[in-house]
Design a protein around this ligand. Sequence first.
Ligand code: BGC
Ligand code: BGC
Length: 905
Amino acid sequence: MHQKRTIVSCLVAMAILTGCNSSSDPVPKPPVESSTLPYFSEWPQIDSQIDKDQAIETHIALILGQMTLEEKVGQMVQPNLPEVTPAEAKQYKLGSILNGGGAWPNNNKYASAADWVYAADQYWEALEEAYADRGFKVPFMWATDAVHGHNNVYRATVFPHNIGLGAANNPELIKQIGQATAKEVSATGLDWTFAPTVASPRDYRWGRVYEGYSEDPEIIHLYAGKMVEGLQGGAEGLKGQTNVISNVKHWVGDGGTLDGKDRGENYYSEEYLRNIHATGYFSGLDAGAQVVMSSFNSWHNPANYDQNAGSDSATYNHKLHGSKYLLNDILKEKMGFDGLIVTDWNGQGELSGCSAANCPEAVNAGNDIFMVTARSDWKAFYNNVISQVNDGTISMQRIDDAVTRILRVKMRANLWEKPKPSLRQLAGNDDILGSDSHRALARQAVSESLVLLKNKDAVLPLSKSKPYIILGSAANSIQKQTGGWSLTWQGDGNTIAKDFPGASTLKMALEDEVGAANVYTSESSAPPEAIAIVVIGEDPYAEMFGDIKASQTLEFSSLKASYAADLAIVKAMKEVGRQVVTVFYSGRPLYVNEELNHSDAFVAAWLPGTEAGGITDVLFAHSGADFKGRLSYSWPMKKCSTTINRHAPNIENYVTPSMEQDIEGEHKPLFPYGYGLAYASSDQQGVTEDLDDLPLDTREFGCGVDEPDNGVANVNLEIFGPSENGEYQPRIAGEANGWAAVDVDRGAVTTIGSLSVTPINYLHQQDAVKLEFGSSIAEIFFETLDGAGSDRNAYVNADSSLQFDIQLLSEAPASMRLRADCEYPCTAELDISGALPAVRTEGDAEWDTVKIPLSCLVAEGMEFSFVDKVFLLQSAAPVTVNLGNIRYVPRSLDAAEDALTCEGL
Ligand code: BGC
Ligand code: BGC
């Protein structure tokens, strides 16, 4: 009954397939133990483990028929925990809430299981009360990002991020991790996790590579169903009290954006979108996942262009959140998905013409629940949807479809029968969070995820009876081990002592292994025979904060000064003649040729989480433990081999799409997909390079930029004013509009929230603006029309100053920020409030000129090789200024003796 009804073309896919009656098997066995990945010539029909149940459908119809429009819309709104009280949940009859990364009950990072359950009770009871006089009820539910264990919660077990699990290549383990995670989530009284992520990250520059199991659809297809089974436990499990609702995300193509830009643009063909980026949905939904999350990315394809219900296709930015084609026509209709679609964090607001608070297009496209996170936005969204139904912009049928799906998922999860959160089986049980058995499972997962890239002269396994020196930025860093989405959104601000009781860093695990007396932390104090274990790696990041910018490369040691210091340690240990074992924590493969050259052994350990004992278990070959991990991503040989993906094995005659690189030629991986050494075998798996003497890539500039401009500018860069050439567009954004950029109208007033911009005459007609900032933080900035960056080093070389003319019309605020961006968060800012001129009266003919050396921005980290926002002014407090004539001026044109000094800023 639950057999796949996937539409498979045996002719095209030939023979790695199960389900085709082909006896010959001409395709070489992929590294995955048993591949089940078919070729999908069409979007397959889902055959969910959770069947439609007529009793449930009848019950839903009965309830739906009694619900008011307001009650229905309340089901569709999902605020973030800190932005909604139980009283508000009751008043608006909200169907669900989420806790975003770093949101905890009472803003207490150390909230216990009982604290979470108590909070869940408050909302649950609020909804009971809200429906008390209605003769029927609709229960409440709570969603969380339990993406590597129940990672937002203090004391929870933190499993390796998906990139490590992909290397472990063990589908049963994935199911067990799903079960353990479901128990920990149940212990806190929550109902739903936004997991698993089933992206196929193709470009290693993406800040979310580590959230994907593999760059290739095969493992993802194998795993997604297993994770869903573990989390939900099938139809019966989902009704019980130790499983939770699972949510595959982000539909679809998030891992295929151009240049790996988070929330960026996907240009894959429909065939490749389906076969590379969607296979996790096929197995995940077959396993019964009840929720799909829409993705922030857009999809550029004619099939997607004209489908954005109710909006002008000429301005539609092809975002998935507005794609009626992919949400409704494909996912719901063609594939027959009968669960619910949730938007991503204010994702509706990224549709052109929309804001978080107002986006009927996203409702019409087929999203059912809207994560509208901020208080003022979700209230406005609620009211907007109600009036949009009343005026016919949104049909009642669409609302009923959404609410039917929401009720269906709630009924399948048995929420009408489950007692309030505190009375559930595991509720409030702090022993389940981070229990011994869950930690043991995590430790096993860590061991199995490790990939041995180099092991010269069998330096590994290590011996218990020797001394060791442990060094490197990651040796004792829980943050580097856990990565993003760990207690906080970015995974930063954490220490092992305060935030991860019971966890161990690699240094601690090593001390456990060989005794603290045998572990040295400096070269000079260690005996000559001590082997150096150098633990290095990336700082934690999440989402766009992890994107590698156009001005950068994949070279680990050039991403941050502290990473260069890590390389220096590896080299220094080699130079003094030590044997060097390097353990590398990273959210993606990176260029580490130099680190490899100077290491005897090199282990890719990904982002292992709280159980570093899983690393020492294998380094010391405990009870015969060996390296089992194999690369689920290809490993680059060159600094800009960013997109060197294994050719999806289900696609015959793979034709490398233009956004991927030629892996047979210039971008041949150093270590191919599937590579990984083991103690038990000396097979180099076809890698013939001398790993002591890898060639070094001499590229000195970013992968997204041309060779830096060594020229020296001798004309002004006119950004805004009488001499500008229209290259830069003024835009405004602020907290009040969810930071969506709005073009400043050069002929009329433009307003967002509390900032308004009025064109005024200065040197010419309408060549300047009057800015009225209010009390909510907002900014004006100038960037190219398409937002693309460019190399402005010639202005740095010319020792230029950034100059603008200003009239301060009210008292200067305590802080006013001037910024330039090299693709945020690559940015530099200066507080110029103290440097602003005296207040003038409106109508005064005199203006003041402010001159700031570009070198002050360089000192703050600005990369002028890739400038997208050439000028930005931000205020969080009320102030009125006239602003005009913004330009970069080379020193040769203005010695700028009157410029501000960096120290004075
Ligand atoms: C992320 C999602 C996450 C959501 C809620 C978004 O920004 O893209 O993966 O589930 O936030 O925290
Ligand atoms: C939230 C995250 C969310 C992100 C989206 C953060 O403030 O805490 O959960 O994913 O915003 O951009």
